[in-house]
Design a protein around this ligand. Structure first.
Ligand code: ZN
Ligand code: ZN
Length: 255
């Protein structure tokens, strides 16, 4: 089976990204209740037992809320950094794997490369998942693009990229001053312009799918994010998708 990926939902109310190569299926983050996760998995034709592992990026609720409950109910192994584990009281987990966010590791037939990112969490990382020489990158929840991020995400066949906010909408929006500072700061979230700027250093000849992700419900609009990235994609023949909070997006196959 070709490598394929999908999302149960993307945004500050919950995230979960599935990557599957037919023999191993992992979910990156699980920010929904068990019931909601099961409902959303069924939209993708999956049973909870089809998920072989949960990879956690960091301890914010929209990424970790459902992890421990799901893992206990279905016996799913969990991978996370020591900092994330320490910071979030998760109770007993059936299988706990503490990872070094600078060392790749294997889950079944998938190679997972964690990437440390600047975000206001204890020890946050994002992930590249490689199988059959296909690499799917997930990159959300970071305040700025570091040289390390730029380098490690250069060669992706598909990329889920955070376009969290539009700078003007955040400035003029309903958030209190402190929260505006946090979201817009160096350890907050990527704005549309920062996200677009990353595209400059990607191998766009290799990239076939770009998914705009983790869009703020209050400080951004899908068309603003699209308008920001579009100029960097002139001549690019891949597919551009916008992930939503409610629907995420359906399976995208990379054969
Ligand atoms: Zn988040
Ligand atoms: Zn976060």
């Amino acid at each position: 089976m070709p490598v394929r990926f999908a999302s149960l939902g993307s945004g500050s109310k919950g995230n979960a990204t599935l990557i599957d190569n037919g023999s191993t299926c992992v979910v990156i983050d699980l920010g929904f209740t068990i019931k909601e996760t099961v409902r959303r998995l069924s939209r993708l034709g999956l049973m909870p037992q089809d998920v072989d592992a949960i990879l956690v990026t960091h301890e914010h609720a929209d990424h970790i809320h459902g992890v421990a409950g799901f893992a206990r109910k279905f016996g799913t192994p969990v991978y996370l950094t020591p900092g994330t584990y320490q910071h979030k009281k998760m109770g007993e987990l059936p299988v706990l794997n503490k990872i070094n966010c600078h060392s790749p590791f294997e889950v079944g037939s998938l190679t997972i490369t964690p990437v440390a990112v600047p975000h206001d969490a204890k020890e946050p990382c994002q992930y590249l998942v490689t199988a059959n020489e296909i690499t799917v990158g997930v990159l959300t929840d970071l305040g700025h693009i570091t040289p390390h991020v730029r380098e490690t995400y250069r060669e992706c066949d598909a990329l889920l990229l955070e376009c969290n906010h539009d700078v003007v909408m955040l400035q003029d929006g309903p958030y209190p001053y402190q929260l505006k500072q946090r979201v817009g700061g160096d350890y907050g979230h990527l704005n549309n312009v920062q996200a677009a700027e990353l595209l400059d250093s990607l191998n766009l000849e290799r990239l076939r799918h770009l998914v705009i992700s983790h869009i703020s419900g209050k400080n951004n609009l899908p068309n603003l994010a699209q308008d920001a990235v579009q100029p960097l994609l002139s001549g690019w023949s891949g597919s551009l998708v916008v992930a939503s909070q409610e629907e995420g997006f359906g399976w995208i196959s990379l054969d």
